[in-house]
Write a protein that binds this ligand. Structure first.
Ligand code: 5GP
Ligand code: MN
Length: 340
């Protein structure tokens, strides 16, 4: 962290403050883990803290310490608006543009509180009085750890904080294997284990709680896998009918796209998921090496993220979205064939 950012934050936190900590829409393990981890730390330092998410989060995260104290905007709009109106400071974690919070963005834009951003995505917006942005970081949860270090709080890391931060790092690094996982990430993890994060329990809680329905949906997804070897590309599609017939629950498709990326020779993988309620097709992009899915998602799908993991959406039907994608792909043939 830059010294001037640390100085600004130290000044903001000099006296007890009413603080809101916000994550992005469709929160994942890193959004929830980093927000809850930070909120425990700030509470211990004497601040009044409320964690807020735009909408609900997957069942497989509903054991995280503190997760039953957070408000979701789509369920508790009144409480959320009140917390934001009263807040003196708003931390935004794991996103860098307010529109990543969906409808909640309108409430945040009207807030009078100062903003602090902690995030590892590319191309941050400029809305915060203190911006801690680092695109080389494995996860926002790792950044919260460095934030705590910078505030000389390492000795204040409880098992609740450690468990939340471990979960954020683990889920965003694909269990410590994506390229942003460094020796420092592993040192942070070692410290978190020393502070009470139970690695086996966390892995089991996240990865070994499949429902039969989710595994059936995975079967459908794998059946729908298409491989385009000339583009080193593979994609999976899931229709609303597929979701309905397997009684889809939030989070059930998490990680499916990695099966497409695991095909030998494939460096670009996508999953298209139909959402009839919102009238969109949600897309997740993954890549290996220097082919930037952040650029691809920004250019065509109103999305973004990281070089190797991004998201976006199309307003067209599943079939039309895929057909359109097939026409866009040749524009990237050189980039895909020559990517390293
Ligand atoms: P996922 O595919 O798992 O939803 O998201 C992959 C990564 O891209 C995550 O880091 C996520 O925060 C980011 N991401 C997902 N959807 C969007 C989007 O619509 N816009 C931007 N800027 N980032 C996104
Ligand atoms: Mn993240």
């Amino acid at each position: 962290m830059k010294k001037e950012t640390v100085d600004t934050i130290n000044k903001l936190l000099e006296s007890p403050k009413r603080i809101v900590v916000v994550g992005h829409k469709n929160p994942d393990g890193d959004a929830i883990g980093s927000c809850l981890g930070l909120s425990f730390f700030l509470k211990q330092r004497g601040h009044e803290v409320q964690v807020i998410m735009p909408n609900d989060f997957p069942e497989f995260l509903k054991w995280l310490p503190g997760c039953n104290t957070l408000y979701t905007y789509d369920k508790d709009a009144g409480k959320v608006k009140q917390s934001i109106a009263k807040a003196e400071l708003i931390f935004t974690l794991d996103f860098n543009a307010l529109n990543r919070t969906g409808d909640l963005a309108q409430v945040l834009e009207k807030a009078t509180a100062d903003f602090v951003m902690i995030d590892h995505h590319q191309q941050p917006d400029n809305y915060a009085v203190a911006t801690y942005s680092d695109v080389t970081m494995s996860s926002t949860a790792q950044m919260v750890f460095h934030f705590i270090e910078a505030l000389n709080g390492e000795n204040e890391i409880t098992s609740e904080i450690a468990t939340n931060l471990y979960t954020g790092i683990m889920t965003d690094t694909g269990s410590f294997r994506f390229p942003a996982t460094t020796a420092i990430t592993h040192k942070v993890i070692a410290t978190l284990i020393n502070c009470g994060a139970n690695n086996t329990e966390i892995h089991q809680n996240i990865y070994d709680t499949n429902s039969h329905n989710r595994l059936k949906l995975l079967g459908v997804a794998l059946n729908n896998l298409e491989i385009l070897p000339e583009y080193r590309t593979a994609y999976i599609s899931i229709s609303q009918e597929d979701l309905d017939s397997s009684h889809f629950r939030k989070g059930d498709t998490e990680g499916f796209v990695n099966y497409a990326l695991s095909v030998k020779g494939v460096i670009f993988a996508l999953i298209f998921i139909e959402n009839k309620q919102e009238n969109i097709t949600k897309i997740s992009f993954r890549s290996k090496g220097d082919f930037s899915v952040n650029e691809f998602a920004r250019a065509h799908y109103n999305g973004g993220g990281h070089t190797n993991a991004a998201g976006g959406r199309s307003d067209h039907s599943l079939t039309d979205t895929i057909n359109e994608f097939i026409t866009i792909l040749p524009l990237y043939k050189n980039a895909l064939v020559n990517a390293s």
